[in-house]
Design a protein around this ligand. Structure first.
Ligand code: FES
Length: 650
């Protein structure tokens, strides 16, 4: 070995005899690919990137004494890398040694890493608190992926590689719904990016902050229509609160700052388009990573004193006020409940607000609307004033327009959006609830409604118990499944629900005792359940996560069971297998159409889960429910309980 060779770092890349005479193959040393050749008894190795346009020489062939690149057929000598006469490009050769235990390549010591624009943007997003990225690495995002790999190795973020980008977007949306903070989604250009769109609409419509990062073809070829090129700026314009393309001379950290500022403040999607070559440019001289310092205001915004005064006057005159809370109030329930206790007022929730008050609280009246309980609708109709916090008055919820109403929200557009309300109050929910409490009359004469709440619950629980007994011998009823799930679910679990009859049934029959509930609200997208559970697991790995899915919804992202296994996600999937898109069948019947094309051909979901490496349990009888759910929920890692369900008893 020469002095020069001794200074190299040597990597064993193949066994002796691995590569027959006259062949070439790709080998890896220090995470770098090389083309290893065996020609006329001699071994040689070259940088795997063809000098022409980077084609993979190791996937080429040796033909008539030349190493031929598979992309455009450029030839190089198999041991020297020299081109045929008349050509100038040489394959870049590295040192090779054949030793007793194998074939080695020698590399110069790795140069110090030169920070890239991607490193700068990743550091910025980490500074903003983005800790999880859901996505798929590929053709047009590898430079940014490398920066994330380095950040992950330093313990700054966690990357979760999903099977379909749609699942990434739902996971990030659910992450934000649970925490209020953004996670990132990451895709290639073209098909990877377009696969995100449905989940991003879910985030955008439910006011959930998400950072979307999409690769793009090189800026040099953008426009004419390169491989996997689509006009991402136009494609994401409607679904993002803000979107920008990162170019060579951009202020890279500042664009990441703005994407995250918009995600936080607009509570929607901040989007960056990352042309391929821009991702690996060296950081410009003097450029520094961004931070949220001084970029986000204090959200504790108080309403005007006049508005509080008018609202308090309405409350002081009322005798039977009722409080309605939506998803927007989820982080300020302590203050809302203090107000409810003082007013002896029932607390009703929207479906998206389910679980924000425990159902065994003496003032809890369940949820309103199509998935609701008769307790909630009774209490709303008996009220003489509604005080609504963080709800948007969707038709699904059906908050009564005919009742005098105080509506509190931080977003002026949400106040009185669909019809006028008696007193729209612009302010942060917790701050406003405290001010209303402080403004109440000492001698307010609010009726204690706890007795009525208890009476209505007793009636409803009797009815639920009757429905639990229903059994036509064609599967388990929704009432009995969700009664068992209520008994078996830990108080601190997160429950991600899908869309369909399973969801309505969950809303009606499951009773919350501290769990957080996540759903696709305004978009109402089937398929949300399992990807959302993955997002919840990332956000709160210490909590048990349960995905409640229909067979239609789970079918859309069934391959993600393997993702849950790969990352050992502590998720229990409960799938109602009734062999049809039951909600659509009901809608066809309700609108007097024939039931058509709603039947499903399902796999045995429990066996499928086992094939993927999860625990799978199949339940065909009501009597098996508790034991199956208890076992699945106690299991550490992914599990699936398939419940054969009666489509008529949902
Ligand atoms: Fe190798 Fe073109 S990339 S011949």
């Amino acid at each position: 070995m020469t002095q020069d060779q001794a200074a190299l770092e040597w990597y064993r890349v193949a066994d002796l005899g691995d590569l027959p005479e006259g062949r070439v193959r790709t080998v890896t040393a220090r995470d770098q690919a090389f083309a290893l050749t065996h020609f006329e008894g001699e071994y040689a190795a070259f940088d795997n990137r063809c000098p022409h346009q980077g084609g993979p020489l190791g996937e080429g062939s040796i033909e008539k004494g030349w190493l031929r690149c598979p992309w455009h057929g450029y030839d190089y000598h198999p041991t020297t890398g020299e081109p045929p006469s008349g050509f100038s490009d040489c394959a870049i050769k590295v040192e090779v040694e054949v030793r007793d235990d194998g074939i080695y390549v020698g590399l110069e010591p790795a140069p110090a890493h030169l920070a890239t624009t991607s490193d700068l943007m990743v550091e910025t997003m980490v500074n903003w608190g983005v800790r999880h990225v859901f996505g798929m690495v590929g053709h047009s995002n590898l430079g940014f992926a490398e920066a994330m790999r380095r950040a992950e190795a330093d313990g700054k973020l966690r990357y979760i590689g999903i099977r379909h980008e749609g699942a990434a977007a739902f996971a990030a949306s659910a992450y934000a719904k649970l925490t209020g903070d953004p996670a990132a989604v990451f895709t290639i250009a073209g098909p990877g990016a377009t696969n995100l769109v449905t989940g991003l609409w879910d985030a955008q419509m439910d006011r959930a902050p998400v950072l979307a990062l999409t690769g793009q073809v090189a800026a040099q070829v953008m426009g004419p229509g390169d491989f996997q090129e689509i006009d991402l700026a136009s494609a994401f314009e409607a679904v993002s609160a803000w979107s920008a393309t990162v170019m060579h001379d951009s202020r890279h950290a500042e664009l990441m700052n703005l994407a995250l500022k918009h995600a936080h403040l607009d509570r929607g999607v901040g989007h960056l388009i990352l042309p391929n070559e821009v991702q690996t440019l060296p950081v410009p001289e003097g450029a520094e990573a961004g931070t949220p310092d001084g970029r986000l205001p204090d959200f504790e915004i108080a309403p005007s004193p006049a508005s509080v005064s008018r609202a308090c006057a309405l409350i002081n005159e009322a005798r039977r006020p009722a409080i309605v809370v939506g998803h927007g109030a989820r982080f300020r329930m302590t203050e809302v409940l203090e107000l409810a206790e003082r007013l002896n007022a029932p607390v009703l929730t929207t479906f998206k607000g389910k679980g924000q008050i425990h159902d065994d609280h003496p003032l809890a009246a369940g949820i309103l609307g199509r998935s609701g309980t008769p307790v909630a609708s009774w209490m709303m109709n008996e009220a003489d004033l509604l005080i609504v916090f963080g709800a948007s008055f969707s038709t699904h919820t059906g908050i009564a327009e005919y009742q005098p109403t105080i509506q509190v929200d931080y977003d002026p557009m949400t106040l009185g959006k669909f019809h006028s309300v008696t007193e729209p109050v612009l302010g942060e929910i917790g701050v406003t609830a405290r001010l209303l409490l402080a403004g109440l009359a000492e001698d307010g004469e609010w009726e204690d409604q706890r007795g009525t709440v208890a009476e209505r619950w007793a009636l409803w629980r009797n009815e639920k118990a009757r429905r639990e007994e229903d059994d036509r011998g064609e599967g388990v009823s929704g009432a009995s499944l969700f009664a068992a799930l209520t008994r078996q679910t830990p108080d601190d679990a997160v429950i991600a629900v899908d869309v369909g009859n399973n969801t309505y049934s969950f809303g009606r029959y499951f009773e919350c005792s501290g769990q957080s509930v996540l759903m696709s609200g305004y978009l109402g997208s089937i398929g949300f359940g399992l990807p959302a559970a993955m997002g919840a697991w990332a956000a709160a790995p210490e909590r048990k996560v349960i995905a409640v899915c229909g067979d239609g919804g789970l079918g859309q992202y069934l391959a993600e069971v393997t993702t849950a296994v790969k990352y050992e996600m502590d998720i229990a999937i409960v799938v109602l297998n009734n062999r049809e898109l039951g909600k659509i069948s009901k809608e066809q019947q309700a609108e007097q159409f024939a039931v058509w094309q709603t039947s499903l051909h399902n796999p045995n979901f429990a066996e499928y889960a086992e094939l993927c490496g999860a625990l799978g349990i199949r339940v065909e009888e009501r009597s098996e429910l508790d034991a199956a759910l208890e076992r699945a929920i106690a299991h550490r890692g992914p599990s699936l309980v398939e419940v054969i369900s009666d489509p008529q008893l949902i």
